[in-house]
Design a binder for this molecule. Sequence first.
Ligand code: EPU
Length: 310
Amino acid sequence: MDELARKAAELSGRFNLGVRTEKLSSLSAMGTGGRALVVEAETLAELAELLKIHRLNDWPYLVVGGASNILFPDEDVSFSVLRLTGTFAALQSSGSEILAGAGCSTAKVLALSEKAGLSGLEMTAGLPGTLGGAVRGNAGSAAKGAAELASSLEMLDADGRALRLGPGDFQIGYRSLALPTELAGGIITSLRLSLIPSSPQKVKEDSSRVLAARRANQPRERSLGCVFKNPPGDSAGRLIDQCGLKGVKSGGAMISPKHANFIVNVGGASSRDVLALADRAADEVKVRFGHDLELEIKTANKRGLFIKRL
Ligand code: EPU
C-alpha cells in the first residue's frame, strides 16, 4: 500500500468524511498538479479532529479553497489537502455585516452583499475561489484587498483549538495577511465582514463595472490570476509586456497575449512549464528594468511548504 492509500485508510476509518485520492490538476484553477489525499471536513469538530491527527502523525497538510492562487508540484504530494465544505459554506447578513464560513465562494458572498445593499466587496467581482482564501491572501484589486473588510476571524490553531481574532491581532499588507506566529498552521474557519450600507442597485452597478473591466483586461483561460506582485509604483504586467513576452510559450503554458502578468494553460500545461515562464519573465524584467519581481502566486513543494522562488 502506498503512503497516500495508507493515510486514506486511517482517516476513512475515523471519520464519516469525504476522503479520496485525487489529481490536484482537477482542483487547480491552472489545471496542474500530481495526486494528493483530499479530505473534506463538514464541521468544526471534524476539522479540529483532522488537525489533531495530522499533528500527532506529523503529517503535513494544506487548506485549499478554490486552488486559484497556488501552484501545486507536478509530482504526487505527501501533504493532505483539507477542504472546508458543509457548515463552512454558511452565509448570512446582519445589519451592515456579513457572517460567512471560510468555504463560501467569493462570488456568493458578493451576491449577498448586492442583495443586502452592502458596499465593500465590489472589487472581488470576477475573483474565483473561496472567501477564506481571498481573505488569507488579501485578494482584490490593485488598491484594495478583501482582508481589509474583516472585523473578526474565527480560527482553529494547529492543535484544533478555536479562537477569535480581532483587527488588532492581524496585519494587512499588499496581498498579505500576517497572523500571530503561534497561529502558523492555523485555519480561518469563518469571518465577519464589516460593510458600508448602500443600495442594492448601487452595489450591483459598481460590481458589474469591476467585472466588465476584469473581463476586458484579463484572460479567460485557466490561470492563477496575476503571477507577480506589482513593484511599487509600477505594474508587473506592463513590465513583462515591455519585454515583448506576450504569447511566449513553454510546453502547454503561455504568457497571456491579453495581460502579461497572467500565465495561462493553453492545453496540457505542467507546473514546470508555468515556472519556466515565470523565471524567464522575472529574468528579463530584471535585466531590462532592474526590478526584482516577487511572486504573487504561492508555489508548494511536495511537503506542502511554500517555496520562495526567483
Ligand atoms: N499593462 C500593459 N500590458 C499588460 C498588462 C498591463 O501595458 O500586459 C498596463 C495597463 O495598460 C495599465 C497598467 O499596466 O496601464 C496596469 O494594468 P491593470 O490595470 O491590468 O492592473 P494590474 O496592476 O496589472 C492589478 C492587480 C490585479 C487586479 C487589477 C485590477 C496585482 C498584481 N494585480 O493588476 O490583481 O485584478 O489590478 O484591479 O496587484 C491578482 O491579484 O491576481 C490580480 C490579477
